[in-house]
Unconditional design. Structure first.
Length: 271
């Protein structure tokens, strides 16, 4: 062939297998319980948004918000559109977790999914399932390695408890991948996606990346510490935390206000 134009005129894309492509979103939020006392700091919990599937496959199971890529959009646009359609929540940003391409991951056929993680602010939440989702709910997250080396993922909302068991496959470029041993009532391979998203989020939190998106523009150091501890499921001595956080924040000349609370200095993320 003498030119690219001639090549393209003779190229038939339908001659090649074209798998379907989807985007799934692990949307996290830190929810604070009601204060029992004005002297007591409210408890913080890491929560994940799931939708209950209203159609087959996995009808009645819980899944990450997501759906199929359209011909006129990027995969990021697809992820944003799907989470808005299914939950009425628009994340401020999306972070790619990994690409999930196991040939057997979806019983409908060859479907490759791009999994994203996102942070939702508590003030922006308006739960309402739409599209093919029966309902949307926030589940409190527990993800820990047990004595046998396996990881147990537990997601709880009231009397609903979803449990999955996974094994760690490998870690490359500070990103860990997992294999499902028991998916429980979590649809498709979404337990694997959730585990990978949580692992990524914990790595980001350890280095103070991403955790500021859980907070308002101005925050106290105690609030910042609670966010990091909640994501990583650890406790840190305040003095040690403040020393590490110092290089990532800058003081403002403002203080918190409110009856019953001692005013605390407000900080901002360092540019």
């Amino acid at each position: 062939m003498k030119s690219e134009k001639e090549f393209l005129n003779n190229y038939h894309i339908e001659d090649y297998e074209r798998p379907s492509v989807t985007a799934d979103v692990a949307a996290f939020m830190i929810r604070r319980t009601e204060e029992e006392s004005y002297r007591k700091e409210p408890e913080s919990r890491l929560s994940l948004l799931l939708v209950k599937r209203g159609e087959f496959p996995f009808k009645g199971c819980w899944a990450l918000p997501g759906g199929f890529l359209r011909g006129d959009e990027t995969i990021e646009e697809c992820a944003m559109r799907e989470i808005v359609e299914e939950t009425n929540i628009a994340p401020a940003s999306l972070m790619l977790v990994n690409v999930f391409s196991d040939p057997e991951r979806d019983p409908r056929g060859r479907i490759i999914s791009n999994a994203f993680a996102s942070i939702i602010s508590e003030s922006s939440v308006s739960e309402m399932g739409g599209d093919d989702a029966e309902e949307a709910r926030w589940f409190d997250v527990s993800f820990e390695r047990e004595a046998d080396g396996h990881y147990r993922l537990e997601l709880k909302n009231g009397d609903i408890s979803l449990n999955a068991v996974l094994s760690e496959r490998e870690t490359k470029f500070r990103r860990t991948s997992f294999e499902i041993i028991d998916r429980g009532e979590i649809a498709f391979d979404h337990a694997k996606m959730i585990a990978a998203a949580l692992s990524n989020l914990r790595s980001e939190a350890e280095s103070f990346s991403g955790i500021f998106d859980f907070l308002p523009e101005k925050f106290t150091l105690t609030q910042l510490q609670r966010v990091q501890e909640t994501i990583m499921n650890i406790s840190v001595l305040p003095a040690n935390f403040r020393r590490k956080a110092a290089e990532y924040v800058v003081e403002t000349d403002e203080y918190t206000s409110g009856a019953g609370h001692r005013p605390a200095k407000l900080f901002k993320r360092k540019d």
